[in-house]
Each structure stands twice: as structure tokens, then as C-alpha cells.
Design a protein around this ligand. Structure first.
Ligand code: ZN
Length: 153
């Protein structure tokens, strides 16, 4: 009788440090948050779509954008998730502090969303379409995490 080979599993952690440029538009978007607690976006001259975070080229039109628009610190909650599952935070290598809630906010006047933390952990108090407002960290470093969270208004 032929014996099946034993299944062997190799366990390891791969460390893959990386850095990438957010580009000129991404840099201005993040710098406005860091320096002025303000959102800006780019508007497509062809279809009028407003991007926040700012982008250089409109995806559907493939048109270069150079018009900047100022956007308010309020927006609409498009989707959210309360995270309760334990995991290792890839940014720190440490266990993440759970629970926390993140959501996709479409800033008023924008057509795209930003992914941010929300201050509400009770999902029964959150609803798609609800109005929310940004709260910024006092110390800001030029990352999207300079937005402390969005809170319901
Ligand atoms: Zn366009």
C-alpha cells in the first residue's frame, strides 16, 4: 500500500518595507490637511468630476486636471465597517487596537471618497448617507491619519 507524503507547512513572516511617492497632487492634498486643516481636490475640465484625494488625470476621461477646488470638512458616509478582529498592524508590526471603525466619506462637492476612521463604534448609530464632519489631530505630519476621525453632525 502506497503511503501519501506528509504535508509540510513552512511558516515565516516576510518583512517588506516600502515607500512610494504620492505625486504632486497627492502631496498638495496632504499638505493642505497638514498645514491648514483643509481639503482640496482637482476638477476634470471635461466631465466636471471632482477628485478628493486630488489626482492628476481623470480616470473615465483620461483628461489631465489642473483646476483646484477647495472642499468643506463635511461629507456623506458612503460605507463603513466596525473592525473587531485581532490583527497585526502592518504599519507598526504591533497588534492593532480593536475595535475601531473606518468609513468611506464623500466630501461635499466631491465625487470620490476618502477612507478614514470614524469615532463611532456602535454600528447601530451609523447609517449610509449620514452627514459627517472631520476632526483633525493637533499635531499633523502629512498623512491621511492627520484626520483624527469623522464624527456625525
Ligand atoms: Zn473627466
Amino acid at each position: 500500500m502506497k503511503k501519501e507524503p506528509e504535508q509540510m507547512i513552512f511558516h515565516a513572516l516576510a518583512e517588506v518595507p516600502y515607500a512610494y511617492s504620492v505625486g504632486a497632487e497627492g502631496s498638495r492634498f496632504l499638505a493642505e490637511i497638514r498645514d491648514n486643516k483643509r481639503f482640496v481636490g482637482t476638477r476634470c475640465p471635461k466631465c466636471g468630476k471632482v477628485y478628493a484625494p486630488a489626482r492628476k488625470v481623470c480616470g473615465p476621461c483620461f483628461t489631465a486636471m489642473d483646476e483646484w477646488v477647495e472642499l468643506p470638512d463635511t461629507g456623506e458616509l458612503m460605507a463603513f465597517a466596525v473592525v473587531n478582529m485581532y490583527f497585526i498592524d502592518p504599519k507598526t508590526g504591533e497588534p492593532a487596537i480593536v475595535p475601531y471603525t473606518y468609513g468611506y466619506i464623500k466630501l461635499d462637492g466631491a465625487d470620490t471618497t476618502i477612507s478614514v476612521l470614524l469615532d463611532e463604534l456602535d454600528e447601530s448609530k451609523l447609517q449610509r448617507g449620514m452627514k459627517m464632519k472631520a476632526v483633525f489631530n493637533e499635531e499633523r505630519v502629512g498623512l491621511l491619519t492627520d484626520i483624527k476621525y469623522f464624527t456625525a453632525v
